[in-house]
Design a protein around this ligand. Structure first.
Ligand code: 3PY
Ligand code: MG
Length: 246
């Protein structure tokens, strides 16, 4: 059977949006279009753990795999998402190999990590705890974001950390960091360095894009793209709807 982690490892092209508007209704609307996956964004939106659980329920009903961009690599952020039933996590702002190791430790059960076995939704409230741990060992998708100059500097060390399924490039934050440090390299050159290092290391790479044409370009080289977000779709549609009538 193909599940998200499996599909990523096979480089099957996958494209899906962020969902940041904090209600299960947006999950239903976005998932109704059948994206390959959705990524619920708790880094940049006020989604509480309880609400996140309801948003994951909505994704399950729509049969769309849901990963969660957590707030940081703290174990409590990662386990909250996985215990609530996310099929994986995307962890922002990873700049060193130690930070990447902390992600693996928090997201994986022993022997690869120290995730605690909980009686929550992912374990069907204890009806399914052993099977759910076995399933998690096999299927939990772990992705980290490379989006700082320090990450570019440390990319080879980060890529050598076992247990990371995908590195995901955040062009927005990388651009902000490069500008703040008056970096001599262009943003494109920094991104190319991340892409080529990951390709040499044999680690799947993904990137954020804002629109379809950028996705099309990237999907000719990479196999994983997060394109836009529910909020961005609404912004564009609202602007178009309010534009002067011809
Ligand atoms: C960035 O571009 O900084 C992102 O985090 C996109 O997901
Ligand atoms: Mg970012």
């Amino acid at each position: 059977m193909t599940y998200l982690r499996d599909a990523v490892s096979k480089r099957i092209p996958l494209r899906g949006p962020f969902v940041a508007i904090p209600t299960p209704m947006t999950v239903e609307i976005v998932a109704g279009a059948n994206p390959d996956f959705i990524c619920i964004d708790t880094e940049h939106s006020p989604i509480s753990d309880g609400l996140l659980t309801d948003m994951l329920r909505a994704a399950d009903i729509a049969r769309v795999p849901a990963i969660v961009r957590v707030r940081s690599n703290l174990p409590q952020n990662i386990s909250a998402a996985l215990d609530a039933g996310a099929c994986g996590v995307l962890v922002p702002h990873i700049s060193t190999a130690d930070e990447a190791r902390a992600v693996v430790k928090a997201a994986r059960f022993a022997p690869h990590g120290t995730r605690g076995a909980g009686p929550g939704r992912a374990a069907s409230y204890l009806r399914d705890i052993e099977a759910s741990i076995e399933r998690a060992r096999k299927e939990t998708f772990v992705a980290i974001q490379l989006e700082t100059l320090q990450a570019v500097q440390n990319v080879d060390d980060i890529l050598s950390v076992a247990g990371i399924d995908l590195v995901f490039i955040g062009p927005g934050d990388l651009g902000v960091d490069a500008e703040a440090h008056a970096c001599d390299d262009t943003l494109d050159a920094l991104i190319e360095r991340l892409v080529s290092s990951a390709q040499v290391a044999g680690v799947p790479v993904g990137i954020f894009t804002a629109d379809r044409s950028a996705s099309k370009r990237w999907l000719s080289r990479l196999s994983f793209v997060i394109e836009g977000s529910d909020a961005l779709f609404l912004t564009h549609a609202s602007d178009a709807a309010a534009a002067a009538l011809d």
